[in-house]
Design a binder for this molecule. Structure first.
Ligand SMILES: Cc1ncc(COP(=O)(O)O)c(C=O)c1O
Length: 399
């Protein structure tokens, strides 16, 4: 039987060479390679400052800390996201306010944000997620994009771009619109360092705070102490910071991935176009809605939704595909359904109708650069058979 895994990491650039350079340099932790990775990343997204960290979760935490989020503060978070988006709010003793998302894109829209701002004037920060690699509508020519609305309401914005590098909207890279943007380089992401993340901003003051808090609240990092003329032992602790720095070993992988980022994105786009074409008229299946040109989408995910006409449930569908060697995943079980958030904030499913509709049927299909057209055709055929009522019983027995 053919096997199509859900995810496959591709390191076919200069990763090995750069890692060997670091191993031979004798300096494995945060130093020159990380600095270079930060510099190249600022150029890639068009931001002034970048701070490399060991996860996007760390970046989101540092971003909220730098904005001064404190116990008792409230922060908007979409319910359709990974728990990291909301858990960082709790790290600081603040409380998430969960928002429903748009059906089709799983994004926050200006309309959703506008209503939320009206209903919750006490909220200080919004964390929009560029779900699946598609940028939300952050800016608009009539000043009614998500960033515009938040600016008018005095609400700060931290973009969760864990899925969205490289991605564009209206000709601008994600990372160049807003105040602070956080990216993930976790193993399954569009570019990876194994574990890792990056925070970018144009605001020098925020950057300085993030940089200090990234490494124990120390005013000079070890590399700076090692290379500066001032004695290397001398440093001060100006705040109780964290241990979130990215080592050079990981940055070396990141540099190689960054060189190939657009090529890797294009291959993901090829997978998405294949699915959009081949699955366009399969009954029972809703395809993801793209509000940006295909070339502006990072295509981290290709999430489909089984609608009420599907002859099988989502879980049956996943099992059927697995029985035929096709790996899938689910993005996401929404946070209002997770025990901790549901119980702590007494959340009710009926307050999130779109996320509920997505959750009941959502399945993410394999998307990665090495997924060939033959594999894609196999996935599409398997899906068509799984959703074909007339053939399904016999087909399943044959598997
Ligand atoms: C939307 C979203 N935000 C944040 C994160 C956290 O990223 P990391 O694993 O780099 O901490 C993830 C991870 O998958 C994610 O999907």
């Amino acid at each position: 039987m053919k096997k199509v895994p859900f995810c496959q990491v591709v390191c076919d650039g200069r990763e090995e060479q750069y890692v060997i350079d670091v191993l031979r340099s004798g300096w494995l932790t945060t130093a020159g390679k990380t600095l270079e990775f930060e510099q190249r990343f600022t150029q890639a997204v068009g931001a002034n400052f970048a701070c490399a960290v060991n996860s996007c979760t760390a970046a989101l935490h540092l971003a909220l800390e730098a904005l001064g989020v404190r116990p008792g503060d409230r922060v908007f978070v979409p319910t359709m996201t990974f728990t990291a988006t909301a858990e960082v709010v709790r790290y600081l003793g603040a409380d998430p306010v969960f928002l429903d998302v748009e059906y089709g894109t799983s994004l926050l829209t200006p309309a959703i944000v506008e209503q939320a701002l009206r209903q919750h004037p006490e909220v200080k920060v919004l964390i929009p997620v560029h779900f699946g690699g598609q940028a939300a509508e952050m800016t608009r020519s009539d000043d009614a994009g998500i960033l515009d609305l938040c600016r008018q309401a005095g609400v700060r914005v931290v973009e969760d771009a864990a899925h969205a590098f490289p991605a564009r909207r209206d000709g601008r890279m994600v990372g160049s619109f807003g105040e602070i943007t956080c990216f993930s380089f976790y193993a399954n992401k569009t570019i990876t360092t194994g574990e890792g993340g990056m925070l970018v901003t144009d605001d020098e003051e925020l950057y300085r705070r993030v940089k200090i808090m990234r490494l124990h609240g120390i005013d000079r990092d070890v590399w700076n102490r090692f290379t500066a003329a001032k004695p290397s032992w001398e440093y001060d602790v100006v705040a109780p910071g964290f241990k979130y720095n990215l080592p050079d070993l990981a940055a070396a992988i990141g540099l190689a991935q960054l060189e190939r980022a657009e090529a890797l994105r294009r291959e993901r786009e090829r997978c998405a176009r294949f699915y959009l074409r081949e699955l366009a008229s399969v009954p029972g299946l809703d395809l993801p809605v793209s509000r940006v040109p295909e070339a502006d989408h990072a295509w981290h995910l290709f999430p489909v939704v089984l609608n009420k006409h599907a002859p099988v449930s989502r879980n049956e569908f996943i099992t059927l595909l697995a029985e035929h060697g096709v790996g899938t995943s689910v993005h996401y079980k929404p946070l209002h359904r997770m025990t901790y958030y549901r119980e702590r904030y007494q959340l009710r499913a009926e307050d999130f109708p779109n996320a509920e509709r997505i959750w009941q049927g959502c399945v993410s299909l394999p998307v990665y650069p090495t997924l060939g057209d033959e594999d894609l055709a196999y996935v599409c055929d398997t899906i068509k058979q799984a959703l074909d009522v007339s053939r399904q019983t016999n087909w399943r027995r044959a598997a």
